[in-house]
Design a protein around this ligand. Structure first.
Ligand code: BES
Ligand code: MN
Ligand code: ZN
Length: 496
């Protein structure tokens, strides 16, 4: 679908051509110049008359009336070169593609060189453009009699460039894979909970493993019982759906050492349990496996790009429901590492299943752990739906995760983890830990609860309760699952 060419040759036929224009650009160059010549200077006169906007994210559409291989040209304002950077590039390109998608083209071209500056490398620029093309193309599937399935599908995307074409191609390859992994996670999150049970999630994981020849292991209830995963089993006891512990392995090095591990919350539906949630937005709790989905999306990327790293994925998956054998407030349970937990609130179930997920990850040889979870409503209050909250026990590791996030175009902000927060976890009279020590600093105590199980292993917790789900369409995707952290996790695995 993606092609790289140096010049527009006669006989090609594009529905849409995207051309970037900096505020500092006084004249047209490259492909834009070619088209301007075809139109006998029409574009440059429009530019001179200020009919083409150059302010950041502005899109001006020009019809070429059959005089060019590109039927419609979309000029994309990039603002001043001096203000241009990774974020402004992402914002502008996303705006350009959103505009183009509305016209339902089947063949799109990009004047790549017009989107380049000296400050941002060729490969990264091509990656960002391709990734955003994929992300803005995503649609939420529905189940209506008359479905919303898109009638027109883009069949070809051509990059025109006079730059190092190998670098352009490399960026296209990784960008394409990042978008696919992210859209996969989005689709998993958007799927209704009756169609995305722990069993379904395990099946999806199996498909990804088969696609890339990853090692896969899926633990059943009996295996969990043997391993003493009392904390995961306690949550699962309220549901008739069998829980699954999904384990994927990618070995990119000759030895199974220095293992980077992702632990994702795979709670396929969170009713709250006996501490039941209010009814108003309970239906959105199908998104509570967003952490697991992010991990699977990242494994799809990693499996495809095969970095020189060992990556382990662990996804405890269950529903949080309330049948007659459900977990009750006041129950005391014993986790896999032996610590006991008093369940003050059955709705604080994420940390319970992640506790055993993290313990199991350590048993499987994890040297560094990132857990990803839609863990607390409190993180939405603190950071909104744009920034993921981080909690850590390791200064160096968290910096790497923040950096991986920044290059991925995903914002992560670190929360404090000073001693008083940790003390709140030790407020049960009857157990080692209290799973719900109150409203104060809810996202921090939730994270630190998981940290109790990471112990001395370098660990970063990412709370995506805000970022995994968009309450309205965003710059890069529709309302619903966002695929948050797929690209960050993939970057982290590829960073060394
Ligand atoms: N899955 C929820 C967190 C959540 C809230 C995700 C809103 C997405 C949007 C989690 O299991 C939960 O219920 N957390 C409780 C914790 C509390 C009981 C300590 C919460 O945030 O209210
Ligand atoms: Mn809950
Ligand atoms: Zn939950």
């Amino acid at each position: 679908m993606f092609e790289v060419k140096t010049d527009m040759t006669a006989g090609t036929d594009h529905d849409a051509l995207l051309i970037g224009l900096f505020a500092d650009d006084r004249e047209l160059t490259g492909v834009a110049k070619t088209i301007d010549d075809q139109l006998e200077g029409h574009l440059s006169s429009l530019l001179k008359d200020k009919q083409i906007k150059k302010s950041h994210k502005a899109v001006t559409k020009v019809f070429t009336l059959g005089k060019s291989e590109a039927r419609q040209v979309y000029f994309l304002g990039l603002g001043k070169k001096a203000d241009f950077g990774e974020e402004t590039l992402r914002e502008a390109v996303a705006a350009g593609f959103r505009h183009i998608h509305k016209d339902k083209p089947t063949d799109v071209a990009i004047a790549f060189d017009s989107l380049m500056t000296d400050t941002f490398a060729i490969r990264e620029t091509a990656h960002v453009i391709t990734e955003l093309f994929g992300l803005t193309s995503y649609h939420v599937a529905d189940y209506k009699e008359k479905t919303n399935e898109i009638e027109t599908v883009i069949e070809a995307v051509t990059f025109y460039s006079q730059q190092d074409l190998e670098a352009v191609r490399a960026g296209i390859t990784s960008g394409k894979v990042y978008a696919r992994g992210t859209n996969l996670a989005r689709a998993l999150v958007n799927t209704p909970a009756n169609l995305m049970t722990p069993t379904d999630l395990a099946e999806q994981a199996t498909e990804i493993a088969e696609r890339h020849q990853l090692e896969i292991d899926i633990l059943e209830r009996e295996d969990m019982e043997k391993l003493g995963m009392g904390s995961l089993l306690a949550v699962a006891s309220g549901s008739d759906e069998p829980p699954k512990m999904i384990v994927l392995k990618f070995q990119g090095k000759s030895e199974w050492d220095d293992v980077l591990c992702f632990v994702g919350k795979g709670l396929t539906f969170d009713s709250g349990g006996i501490s039941i949630k209010p009814k108003a937005s309970m239906h959105e709790m199908k998104m509570d496996m967003g952490g697991g989905a992010a991990v699977l999306g990242a494994m799809d990327v990693i499996g495809e790009l095969k970095p020189d790293a060992n990556v382990l994925a662990v996804i405890p998956a269950t529903e949080n429901l309330l049948n007659g054998s459900a977990l009750k407030p006041g129950d005391v349970i014993r986790s896999m590492n032996g610590k006991t937990i008093e369940v003050r609130n059955t709705d604080a179930e994420g940390r319970l299943i992640l506790a055993d997920g993290v313990t199991y990850a350590k048993q499987l040889g994890a040297s560094r752990i990132v857990d990803v979870a839609t863990l607390t409503g409190a993180v939405l209050v603190a950071l909104g739906e744009w920034t993921t909250g981080a909690v850590t026990n390791d200064e160096t590791f968290v910096e790497e995760v923040l950096e991986a996030g920044y290059t991925a175009g995903e914002w992560i902000w670190r929360l404090p983890a000073f001693t008083p927060y940790k003390e709140l976890l030790k407020t049960s009279d009857v157990a080692d830990l209290n799973n719900s020590p109150g409203r104060m600093a809810g996202s921090i105590t939730a994270g630190l609860f998981i940290g109790e199980f990471a112990e001395d292993t370098p660990w970063v917790h990412l709370d995506i309760a805000g970022t995994a789900w968009a309450s309205k369409p965003s710059a890069i995707g529709p309302k619903g699952g966002t695929g948050a952290m797929v690209r960050t996790l993939a970057n982290l695995a590829r960073s060394k």
